[in-house]
Write a protein that binds this ligand. Sequence first.
Ligand code: SAM
Length: 299
Amino acid sequence: MAERIKIATPARTQAILNKYGLRAKKKLGQNFLTDGNILQAIVQAAAVTDQDDIVEIGPGIGALTEYLALAAKRVLAFEIDTDMVRILAETLSPYDNVQVLEADILSVDLKTVLAASLPSDQPIKVVANLPYYITTPILMALVQADINWSKIVVMMQKEVADRLTAQPGHKDYGVLSIMLAYYANIKQAVQVPRTAFNPAPNVDSAVVVLDQQAAALPVQEPKQLFSLVKACFAHRRKSLWNNLQQRFGKDEATRDRLKTALAEAEIEASVRAERLTLNNFTQLYWALGAAGFYSEQRP
Ligand code: SAM
């Protein structure tokens, strides 16, 4: 890294907030990172090089943005809070490769904005200390946006990180793990104590790395597949058979069609959804399509 890092120390963070007469806004999930080692570890987890274009969500006062600006080619940061955007105009003024957009990340059309603000043939990387109150919607929006990305490296509360990275059979394994596994290979990279922030959150955190990976069994309508997965987890402690009848109906004709689909997908009716892999669900989805429950079938 070429230059001295200025923003992310406990004293400097507090001084910046004081200067602007501001406090972290809880409702916007504002917990500012003040630990340079953690920031360095995030940049490393994203393997940021000077060839990379980075999208950051929620730059706050610019702690992570500064590290990214020093390591990457360009940084495009989305910040919802006008007060933060005002601060960033000062804290990031030394960096001419950073652009801050005042916007709600959940309302922007990422494809259009990226085409205008970060034109490139190269895939982008997303690197962020996320606002925890919208971690899941942000991740789903990113993976479902029609954009070219190679890595998403994001800090979130540890409990959510555990759910995202859980494997079949684990108590944390569920809808979220399966939906994200459709788009990416996911792992935890850095464990972060609450003392690394100002103010300290009530929970510990972890950095999760998503490496873009095409699904082994791609479907035409991922949202339909995910709605099936959700239905199968509707009553987690109950069998797949129970949940499928709950979703599609209990009359004899429906039960016969469900049995045919399960046999075709080679899945035991008595199993619980938490035992099934993403590929199991896709096979079941296609078999249910063949039985007339969905419009899509095995290609
Ligand atoms: N990146 C900074 C850091 O690491 O110190 C701040 C991270 S803080 C956990 C989350 C940031 O996301 C805050 O600056 C907050 O204002 C911003 N934010 C909250 N909701 C947002 C949204 N919908 N769109 C964009 N930014 C948002």
